[in-house]
Design a protein around this ligand. Structure first.
Ligand code: GLA
Ligand code: ZN
Length: 676
């Protein structure tokens, strides 16, 4: 079943309004609502006094309209009495100054008392709603994240290290604490890396200590969540458990670990935020986020918060243009969402998020946004069942690594280098060609894919390198970019030529490197005729000075003391190929290389639509469902290779040429799949 619905806060509105809301939701085609993830003060107004009657009434009203419910455990925002009970449970950010009451996410995930309150409210909710006919599942907390550096966390870190290293000698060895005389002689001496983590902050921690701390903090949230999951599984075995993650941009938690305990991943998809005032929304950014969320479990996901109006706390974002809300929601579906839940139903009249606009405005009236989504609801009623459970299939994999992200937070290497921006620069080149990309972790086998992208895999384990070698030996193609293989898992620099464990595979050795100042770049000279170069392409940010061992040269630098030395190389290895791009180009470089890489890997791109139109395919068994998304505000013309059925309208499109209205979406069944 395709889930279509909304995030609803009945506690924000008079009870007399609930019936009207539920009826309007039903009329919009909604079958699902998420409730209660911020309602702790109403669910447990004082310690141990649980009040669920109001929520029961709200759920009953929704259920009467055919709407089922996902409940949130309300632990992301504690009522004042919780924090008054545990004044030492305030999270201490990296600055070292504890938070105080009045926002949300103020708690320390390690604090024993807070953890107990979290278990108690979870248990009470789970017991109350276990057999409820309207409740289908749970969301743990809300958008986990943010590191804590408090004394409880520091003590727990010391215990975690003891468990990990066994003996202090092993820890001292792993971190290289002889440097600056940091050799620890008691576990209790080990600090939390307070206020030292910013690239140019006050001092810099030992990289081994900082990486372990970041892993530890991620582990603390996973453990906090697991306590809730254990209770929910136990009491509500028929309910699913998910969490709302934050896409590809969020980098303080290891999302692969957080997702491992969930039945499926959900995430919160906002395209126009108050702090991103760019007039254009880049579809490839959402696509990368979707691919990341899908890749965490290689499974379809929910969008638990899909943008429903202008975003805003203090500042109001650009209003979503007509057609954008449904376009972004369909894009989510095209990339693997099996549920779209809009955030939020009605714009709040009070509180921090007064300007985070819902489908309804503050005055409760239905307007343009509601009407648009109601139209989508009618379409979902027609196509939802055909789409739900269908899969995105990809031949290209992109290796995303949270240890690497953490390590770059400790040492950025170059101020202009941003890991996820680099990942996006490469990703967008494939996205522009409508090639599906699956995000993978460093802990899996890559067999089954044809092309593996390995962007700046800074922390590289020997086992991962071995898996990449196996993949290429069997015929795969791999793309490797600089700063790969620099560190081992302790965040120590490897004692071998870079790219370390992947040097043999790439057939090169990095002899030295040049970290470039802002704005400095140099043109590349290509020597390989298979690569179509539409314009001059540049090296920037970082230049590895490479010596080829077995590889052939594809492009060379043209300036500076390393002019003429290799900038891009190609190595035949086993039945496959390894490409090393020795600099961080901009998007244009990867765009130019993508076609060549796909050919090398024998991946066929689907038909090319006009610029601004995105094609995505989901597979229902052997049936292809083609999503055609016009991301621009102008009419477009497409040439289809054969007549197709438009699932949204039920009409067959007989002609080879079809007009797409501004921001129009078509969902087509491709009878034979030829050319797609
Ligand atoms: C996040 C949260 C929501 C809400 C929205 C809008 O995604 O999960 O509670 O705060 O952002 O700000
Ligand atoms: Zn803490």
């Amino acid at each position: 079943m395709f889930r279509f619905g909304v995030d609803y806060y009945p506690e924000h509105w008079p009870e007399a309004r609930w019936e009207i809301d539920a009826r309007l939701m039903q009329e919009a085609g909604f079958n699902t609502a998420r409730l209660a993830e911020f309602a702790w003060s109403r669910l447990e107004p004082s310690p141990g006094r649980f009040e669920f009657a109001w929520l029961d009434r709200a759920i009953a009203i929704l259920h009467a309209q055919g709407i089922q419910v996902v409940l949130g455990t309300p632990t992301a925002s504690p009522p004042p009495w919780v924090m008054a009970l545990y004044p030492d449970a305030y999270r201490v950010p990296e600055s070292g100054q504890a938070m105080s009451y009045g926002n949300r996410r103020e708690y320390c995930p390690t604090h024993a008392g807070y953890r107990e309150r979290s278990r108690l409210i979870t248990q009470a909710l789970a017991e109350h709603y276990a057999g409820h006919p309207a409740v289908i599942g749970w969301q743990t907390d809300n958008e986990f994240g943010d590191r804590c550096y408090c004394d409880h966390c520091r003590a727990a870190f010391q215990g975690w290290l003891q468990h990990k290293y066994g003996a202090l000698g092993a820890l001292n060895e792993a971190w290289g604490t002889v440097f600056w005389s940091h050799e620890y002689s008691a576990w209790a001496q080990i600090p939390a890396p307070l206020a030292t983590a910013a690239p140019f902050g006050e001092g810099s921690p030992n990289p081994g200590l900082a990486l372990d701390y970041y892993r530890f903090m991620s582990h603390q949230y996973v453990a906090f969540q697991r306590e809730q999951i254990d209770i929910l599984h136990n009491r509500c075995p028929d309910h699913f458990i998910t969490h709302n993650l934050m896409g590809s941009g969020y980098d303080r938690l290891n999302y692969f670990d957080l997702a491992a305990d969930l039945d499926f991943v959900s995430w919160d998809n906002y395209r126009r935020m108050q702090w991103t005032f760019q007039p254009e929304v880049r579809p490839s950014e959402a696509a990368l986020a979707h691919a990341t969320m899908r890749g965490l479990k290689h499974k379809n996901f929910w969008v638990m918060e899909q943008q429903a109006g202008a975003g805003g706390w203090q500042i109001v974002s650009v209003a979503p243009r007509p057609g954008e809300l449904q376009l972004w929601a369909y894009q989510s579906i095209a990339h693997g969402a099996d549920a779209i839940i809009f955030f939020r139903w009605r714009s709040a009249r009070f509180g921090t998020e007064q300007y985070w606009h819902g489908l309804l405005d503050h005055d409760g009236r239905t307007g343009r946004r509601y009407t648009e989504i109601k139209q989508m609801g009618a379409e979902i009623a027609r196509v939802g069942a055909q789409i739900a459970g269908s899969e995105v299939r990809a031949e290209v994999a992109l290796l995303l690594d949270y240890d690497t992200r953490f390590a770059f937070q400790i040492q950025a290497n170059n101020p202009a280098f941003h890991y996820i921006a680099h990942v996006h620069d490469i990703f967008q080149a494939f996205h522009a060609r409508n090639v599906a990309v699956e995000v993978v972790s460093a802990q899996e086998e890559f067999t089954g894919y044809k092309l593996l992208i390995v962007p700046a895999l800074y922390v590289l384990r020997e086992e991962t390198a071995a898996a990449i070698e196996r993949f290429v030996r069997q015929g795969g193609a791999v793309l490797v970019t600089p700063r790969t293989g620099v560190k081992d898992e302790t965040n120590t620099i490897v004692d071998m030529p870079l790219p370390g464990y992947l040097a043999r595979l790439c057939g090169i050795e990095v002899e030295e490197y040049d970290s470039l100042p802002a704005g400095v770049s140099q043109p590349l000279a290509f020597t390989n005729e298979d690569i179509h170069i539409p314009e001059t392409l540049h090296a920037r940010i970082w230049c590895d000075v490479v010596r080829t061992v077995d590889a052939q040269v594809v492009a060379r630098y043209t300036q500076d003391y390393y002019a003429n030395s290799p900038a891009i190389t190609l190595n035949a290895f086993g039945a496959g190929h390894a490409v090393y791009v020795a600099t961080f180009g901009d998007a244009a470089l990867y765009t130019a290389l993508a076609g060549w890489l796909l050919k090398l890997a024998k991946v066929e791109a689907i038909a090319t639509p006009p610029a601004g139109v995105e094609y995505c395919v989901r597979w229902q068994g052997e049936q292809r469902i083609l999503f055609v998304l016009n991301h621009i505000a102008e009419e477009q013309h497409l040439a289809l290779p054969e007549p197709m059925l438009n699932l949204l309208t039920g009409e067959t499109i007989p002609l080879s040429s079809v007009d797409l209205q501004p921001r129009q979406v078509m969902i087509l069944a491709a009878p034979s799949g030829n050319g797609w």
